[in-house]
Design a protein around this ligand. Structure first.
Ligand code: ATP
Ligand code: MG
Length: 365
């Protein structure tokens, strides 16, 4: 039996509370699952650490993350903690960690759970798609190089490579193989989201995507402009299954997706490479809620479920894969039940109460 080493980065603001809640749930999952062993080791990184020591992400912590089987991160950054040039510490730290782990594909599920406060009047056959965001290049590649700031003009650079686009596209098709297809008719579909009619870089992105699609004749493919996609995500989200796109487009559309299905407190994410993977909620550190035990821990807990699913897939460990399904099921159960929820989704329960309710809802194997 393998013990999975998990590097845990609780971070700043509501991060530590959401991480504590997640550990309560993961401890109970282990107690209820013969054959599941997680060794979770916390490490300090982020804005508070920078305030104390002048370092955001110590080299030793990067190495711990590289050596671990998976990284679970809560939330990093505080608006009042900045580098001398005035920029927030969070983007630099996250870009550094992503590059060190070479996590090329970010996955944000957009799934409406029964009982979650969706915003559409009519949710049709349901909402269940994923946004896959290329995580290392695109317009964000400009960060730390490629940007030019003059007195009158500032430019950023969009970098689309064949290698980067191929691997994120391939990742999207492989993920589609493991999913149930779109809610409207169960068809598996991977959609390239771009702006190929205007930008050469985006036309290239689509071209490379279509090359990769040829290797997956059993899965439907399509391409949609990003502006149209923003409309469809609100009008007919059930017609989509897997969406794949450039970094900045993914950044924007995944927040739109989170808004559709109940807000940031419910949105998990995974950043996955060939060797490493990092799991974190899509929300930030919400400093105004910090220390009050009111933050919604569900996004972090669902991220931990994605982590178990990834470990199960990578190590062909059915115990882990089944635990992922049971963990997501426990969150869904608490949402559907409706009695224990945090204020962001209309309840009065504390972070800890939600964690305990989810732990109690975990089924036996
Ligand atoms: P970042 O720059 O790190 O992405 P942000 O400015 O986008 O951060 P977040 O911290 O993600 O802001 O959150 C925005 C608001 O959403 C918060 O101020 C808070 O009201 C709400 N929010 C976010 N996450 C949660 C959570 N887990 N539970 C409850 N409310 C949340
Ligand atoms: Mg944000």
């Amino acid at each position: 039996m393998k013990t999975y080493n998990i590097a845990a980065l609780p971070g700043d603001g509501i991060g530590p509370e959401c991480m504590d809640a997640t550990c309560i749930v993961l401890d109970r999952m282990q107690a209820k699952t013969p054959g599941l062993q997680l060794a979770i080791t916390p490490h300090r990184a982020g804005a508070e650490l920078y305030r104390e020591t002048g370092v955001t992400l110590p080299e030793a912590v990067v190495q711990e993350c590289i050596d671990a089987d998976a990284v679970l991160l809560s939330a990093i950054g505080l608006p009042d903690v900045r580098f001398p040039d005035g920029t927030e510490v969070q983007p630099t730290m996250m870009v550094g960690l992503r590059r060190a782990l070479d996590v090329h594909s970010a996955v944000r599920p957009v799934k409406l759970y029964p009982g979650a406060p969706g915003v559409l009047k009519d949710n049709g056959p349901g909402i269940d798609f994923v946004v896959i965001r290329e995580n290392l290049e695109g317009l964000f590649a400009s960060f730390g190089g490629g940007a030019k700031v003059g007195r009158e003009v500032a430019t950023d650079t969009m970098v689309i490579t064949r290698a980067g686009t191929s691997r994120v596209s391939d990742f999207a098709f492989r993920l589609a193989q493991r999913r149930n297809g779109r809610p409207s008719d169960g068809k598996k579909l991977v959609t390239c989201v771009d702006k190929a009619n205007v930008f050469r870089s985006m036309a290239f992105f689509r071209e490379v995507f279509m090359d990769v699609a040829k290797s997956y004749p059993d899965i439907d493919n399509g391409a949609v402009y990003v502006d149209a996609m923003s409309l469809y995500m609100v009008q007919n989200p059930w017609d989509f299954d897997v969406l794949v796109m450039e970094n900045q487009f993914g950044d924007i559309l995944s927040d739109l997706g989170a808004g559709l299905v109940g807000g940031l407190g419910l949105g998990p994410s995974a950043e996955i490479g060939e060797e490493h993977a990092l799991f974190q909620p899509s929300h930030g550190t919400a400093p105004q809620l910090a220390g009050k035990n009111v933050a919604n821990p569900m996004a972090t807990i669902l991220s931990a479920a994605m982590m178990l699913d990834w470990l199960g897939d990578r190590y062909r460990d059915d115990v882990c894969t089944a635990a992922a399904v049971r963990l997501e099921g426990a969150v869904a159960q608490v949402l559907a039940d409706g009695r224990v929820r945090t204020p962001d989704i209309g309840g009065t329960a504390s972070t800890t109460e939600v964690a305990n309710a989810i732990a109690d809802a975990i089924t036996d194997t």
